[in-house]
Design a protein around this ligand. Structure first.
Ligand SMILES: Cc1ncc(COP(=O)(O)O)c(C=O)c1O
Length: 365
């Protein structure tokens, strides 16, 4: 057992994969290819196949994907966009970057948009909603889509944390108008730097997304829109192609370790365990528990050499650039109760059992 169990240590990549990644870097360095190329085309084809996406474009990162999605749907000044009070800041940031107004909605006790509040937050200016599949757990999309259709509100899924979550055959990102993914290194499918992707089901919209990613060009020097540079790096595409074969075995290990946690901790009444993490609708991105003594538990585990993380310590409408004068009772409770325990494919069963033993002893103190 190592003296320390970090929350996530990406230097624990299997040696074989490390060698393959170094070889990929050498290959691209020798070819002198650093932008575009077949690596990008291969990645798009593979991801399309895996997700069952009619259209998919890879891009620079998940935040850019969200911003481009809003722009592609012509959302801007004078428009309201519903976003959850609890998320990574990007979800609200992109709305302001497009000139629209984020209208915050409270979450349920799992941190997902509380769908019973939709009618309350809807305004005559509501043009879009961005549901976030927080911790890798799918929002009840059929219910949300039914509501959005009636209200004629566009749905942009923030699937940044949800690559690998499916309801039936439908992947995260393919319920709404546009899906946005992040391949940030800490994600279940992460690059060795920044990367992301956009999915959609409409051919015309797909062309627009592709153009917006690449200076509004549909082909070289043929600019049809004001776009930007949100292209993926060839190196990141090459690394993601190299990592992709590891993704499914890694998912199995995540699910197995999540099961170990659930079995070991299920009798602790003071600890709320993540719901649905064993289902296909959850990709086991984060194993986020909840308890009243969160800060003490975090410090205790740290003293014992176990790294944890808080997703997130503040709700967005309480942050200076996003101040929104309203109560978000459920989200407020979450920011003081949630603690993410280590869950990644580089952990052993023994390490998870050790963490569980420490947690059980914490309450005995
Ligand atoms: C919920 C959520 N939205 C958006 C993003 C933004 O993705 P990126 O870091 O690739 O820009 C992230 C990633 O951290 C995220 O977790």
């Amino acid at each position: 057992m190592p003296a320390k169990i970090p929350f996530l240590d990406l230097s624990r990549f299997p040696k074989k994969l490390q060698t393959e990644l170094k070889n990929k870097f050498s290959e691209l360095l020798e070819k002198g290819i650093f932008s575009g190329s077949e690596e990008v085309e291969i990645l798009e084809a593979e991801l399309k196949k895996y997700l069952g996406a009619p259209f998919l474009s890879v891009c620079s990162n998940g935040t850019d994907a969200l911003e481009i999605a809003l722009r592609a749907l012509n959302i801007g000044q004078g428009d309201d966009v519903i976003v959850p009070a609890l998320s990574w800041v990007s979800t609200a940031e992109v709305v302001l970057l497009c000139g629209a107004r984020p209208v915050f909605i409270d979450t349920n006790s799992e941190g997902l948009i509380d769908l019973s509040l939709l009618d309350q937050v809807y305004t005559s200016k509501t043009k879009a909603i961005i549901p976030v599949h927080l911790y890798g757990n799918l929002v009840d999309m059929p219910t949300l889509i039914d509501w959005a259709k009636i209200k004629q509100v566009k749905v942009i899924e923030d699937a940044a944390q949800a690559f690998g979550a499916f309801q039936g055959n439908c992947s995260a990102g393919l319920f709404g108008d546009i899906g946005c993914f992040s391949f940030y290194p800490t994600k279940n499918f992460g690059a060795l730097g920044e990367a992301g992707a956009l999915t959609c089901k409409d051919e015309e919209l797909a062309r627009k997304l592709k153009a917006l990613i690449n200076h509004g060009q549909i082909k070289r020097d043929h600019h049809i829109l004001v776009g930007r540079n949100a292209r993926i790096d060839t190196l990141q595409a090459g690394f993601l192609n190299t990592i992709l074969p590891y993704f499914e075995p890694w998912q199995k290990q995540r699910k197995f370790l999540a099961h170990v946690y659930l079995e070991e901790l299920k009798h602790l009444e003071w600890l709320k365990l993540p719901r649905d993490i064993e289902k296909s609708t959850h990709n086991a991105h984060l194993f986020t528990v909840q308890c009243r003594e969160r800060d003490q538990l975090k410090s205790y585990l740290e003293e014992k050499g176990v790294g944890t993380s808080i997703h997130y310590p503040r709700i967005i409408p309480k942050m200076k650039p996003y101040l929104f004068d309203q109560n978000f009772t459920a989200s407020e409770q979450l920011v003081s109760h949630v603690l993410s325990l280590p869950l990644n494919p580089f952990l052993s069963q023994q390490e998870v059992l050790h963490i569980c033993k420490l947690i059980k002893n914490f309450k005995l103190k």
